[in-house]
Design a protein around this ligand. Structure first.
Ligand code: SF4
Length: 699
């Protein structure tokens, strides 16, 4: 860089890894990051006080990596990537996208925004898609994580977001139901809070096919069969109603459709729950009683619930259970989806980086909304919903989508059936990738634009509890790399739109003008008076923000009549069931030391030294049956492909179930996963695939 920061810098900022949104002071010197330490006043770090996890503490070193992209690259006629000037690269992107749209139509191009960048950057990517390109095809990788959560919560309680706070509610609940969340490894600081509270006497109920660390701390751990979460959740609801454990007054006052729900769950008898979900009648009764006896209950979940072809149904059932128990809108209670990426709530949702959803989840087909955006942008946003991430790749494969602008995403490794995803990326006429490293996706690109990381930028992130927090730089992008908002702005200008933002604070001003739930957010407030962040909805400048959504007494659910809706959920079977050829069920997930497709954490020595390569967990009795020894290499094969990984024999997984982490390119689990999708949310069924396993007899 040009080293404007040639002295030691120290700033309060927000962690760029997970959506707990820990705050700390970051140090930097001569353009590099140096380290982090706790903030002076814990009030400025509402999610974490003084603590951080290993990723927050050491993970920032990735920003100093020698492998950072430092110059724009253009693929030459020989198919090789060559350094180019910014002018050459930006001109080429503008020219090629224009050509494709002229020849193949407006919607022959699409954009993927990032859940890791700031709100301001994500807002600009969707504005670029809708205003500058005029395409309806805008999505982001939140499609792959909590899209089913959002779909279910919007139908039942109104807002597609966590209803409560991390510290005061999740940290203080009287009881927990946690399912499909490896909380300790994925949301470390949050897990610490829960474990502390459990030590002090709260009840922890965990339903999960895998005995993850948080399950080791549970009062009731119940191992479930993968793919049958609606079954046991509806079973819990049935038991609750049958034994008069439901909150009748709350239901009467604040909800609709209770009779329909009651009728629906009748079929979910203890026998059926045992047969399909593998949960015994005793376990079911004990869990139901524990939750009903508690004064306050937090319902926590993550990808284990969402990434199934019944993902939306799973979370409808979860929301129904919370409503039946009246566990919303009061301290210590609530529905708590644990969101993954640092800014998936904001950049992946609130900012409108979704097909058919404008910033603040506003509907582009609503006349007043459309007019408001047209007045600000001079263009009317497309009314129809566009394509999702997997649909864009499918259309690329078919030759109907020819140009793609990918900002900070790695679909080549994150999509299900990656062989197929790689082919689709190769089929694109023109791919432009804006990122910090040479990712598997960037390897397919025609133009690569080098971007900045979170320790290098001004902006805001919105954490899993809807808290909008400031991010500040202590380092500089290396070489020619630029801020993402500047890159998108430069592209817009080349395409004839006079964007003229000087600083992300001006982008936030535009966001708050257009987005009612961010209506009162400004950098002025976040810098003075509201340093601890603001939880949306923040309708206006005088509004203090909303610690928990809804109200136990008044209801105030996000519908015109203020009432929550019971939406009875249907079970069903996973897209692939074990059979003679592929007799084992594979599930996937995270480990503490790594992050997503590993682009960042695989470059940090201190993290690789803990877990340096992929592996497969296998139950001792399955291992015995197949003759697999602990530590030996095995081949795991599905109908899509095969990988070789090291076996870890452990009873963390049940008999017949395997687990492989998702962070590695060698032994990529998504070579095996299947392309079955949730019909409502379009989320792929990463959590369940049928596979077979063969020992290779070497270690
Ligand atoms: Fe960062 Fe999440 Fe760890 Fe907190 S828990 S330090 S936000 S990775």
């Amino acid at each position: 860089g040009n080293h404007q920061l040639d002295k030691i810098e120290k700033e309060e900022t927000t962690c760029g890894f997970c959506a707990v949104g820990c705050r700390f002071e970051m140090w930097g010197e001569d353009g590099d990051t140096l380290g982090v330490e706790p903030v002076d006043d814990p009030a400025d770090a509402p999610a974490n006080d003084f603590s951080t996890c290993v990723k927050g503490k050491f993970g920032h070193e990735f920003a100093n990596s020698e492998n950072r992209l430092t110059s724009p690259l253009i693929r030459n006629d020989d198919g090789e990537l060559e350094e180019a000037s910014w002018d050459e690269a930006l001109d080429l992107v503008a020219e090629r996208l224009t050509d494709i749209q002229d020849e193949r139509g407006i919607d022959a191009v699409g954009c993927l925004a990032s859940s890791k960048g700031s709100n301001e950057e994500a807002y600009l990517v969707q504005k670029f898609a809708r205003q500058v390109l005029g395409t309806k095809n805008i999505d982001n990788c939140a499609r792959l994580c909590h899209s089913s959560t959002v779909a279910a919560l919007q139908q039942t309680v109104g807002f597609g977001a966590m209803t409560n706070r991390i510290n005061e509610d999740v940290g203080e609940a009287d009881a927990y139901l946690i399912s499909g969340s490896n909380t300790t490894e994925s949301h470390p600081v949050l897990a610490t809070r829960i474990k502390q509270n459990v030590r002090e006497g709260s009840d922890l109920v965990v339903f999960d096919p895998r005995k993850v660390d948080i399950a080791e701390h549970a009062d009731h751990y119940v191992r479930t069969n993968p793919g049958y979460d609606v079954t046991w959740l509806n079973g819990l609801i049935r038991y609750t109603i049958e034994h008069d454990l439901h909150d009748e007054a709350f239901i009467e006052r604040n909800t609709k459709n209770f009779e329909e729900l009651k009728e629906k769950v009748q079929a979910f008898t203890p026998e059926k729950v045992e047969e399909l979900a593998g949960v015994s009648p005793d376990d079911l009764a004990e869990a139901a009683e524990t939750l009903a006896e508690a004064d306050s209950v937090v319902f926590g979940w993550a990808m284990g619930m969402t990434q199934q072809s019944t993902g939306t149904e799973n979370l409808l059932a979860m929301a129904d259970l919370a409503l039946v128990l009246g566990q919303l809108g009061k301290p210590g209670a609530g529905l708590s989806p644990f969101r993954g990426q640092n800014n998936v709530q904001g950049g992946g949702g609130d900012m409108g980086t979704l097909p058919g959803s404008l910033p603040g989840y506003q509907d582009p087909s609503d006349e007043d909304v459309a007019e408001k955006f047209e007045a600000e942008w001079g263009e009317r946003p497309p009314e129809e919903p566009g394509l999702t991430v997997p649909e864009m790749l499918a259309e690329a494969h078919e030759g109907n989508l020819e140009g793609l602008y990918v900002v900070g995403e790695n679909p080549a490794l994150s999509e299900p059936d990656v062989e197929h995803a790689g082919e689709a990326l190769a089929d694109l006429e023109f791919l432009v990738v804006q990122d910090i490293f040479m990712t598997e996706t960037a390897e397919h690109a025609d133009v690569i634009l080098p971007a900045a990381t979170s320790p290098e930028k001004h902006g805001t992130f919105t954490n899993t509890e809807r808290r909008i927090q400031r991010v500040r730089p202590t380092a500089e992008p290396p070489g020619e790399a630029r801020q993402d908002w500047q890159i998108t702005q430069a592209l817009a200008r080349r395409l004839g739109y006079g964007w003229n933002y000087d600083h992300p604070r001006e982008i936030m001003d535009e966001i708050s003008d257009l987005t009612p739930i961010y209506g009162g957010v400004s950098y002025e407030r976040l810098e003075e008076g509201d340093e601890h962040g603001l939880q949306w909805p923040v309708p206006d400048e005088d509004h203090p923000g909303t610690p928990y959504l809804y109200d136990y007494e008044e209801g105030e659910f996000n519908f015109p009549d203020g009432k929550a809706r019971f939406v009875p959920a249907d079970g069903g079977h996973p897209g692939e069931l074990p059979d003679e050829d592929y007799p084992l069920t594979l599930t996937s997930g995270r480990v503490l030391y790594h992050w997503h497709t590993g682009q960042i954490t695989r470059r940090v020595e201190g993290l690789m030294s803990h877990v340096g390569e992929s592996f497969v967990e296998i139950n001792p009795s399955t291992a015995d049956e197949l003759g697999v020894a602990d530590g030996e290499y095995v081949r795991v094969e599905s109908r899509r492909g095969e990988i070789v990984v090291k076996a870890q024999v452990t009873d963390r997984v049940g008999d017949g179930t395997l687990f492989i982490p998702m962070h590695f390119a060698a032994g990529a689990v998504n070579k095996l996963t299947q392309e079955t999708f949730d019909p409502q949310a379009g989320i792929p069924e990463y959590k369940i695939s049928s596979v077979r396993l063969e020992p290779l007899g070497r270690d």
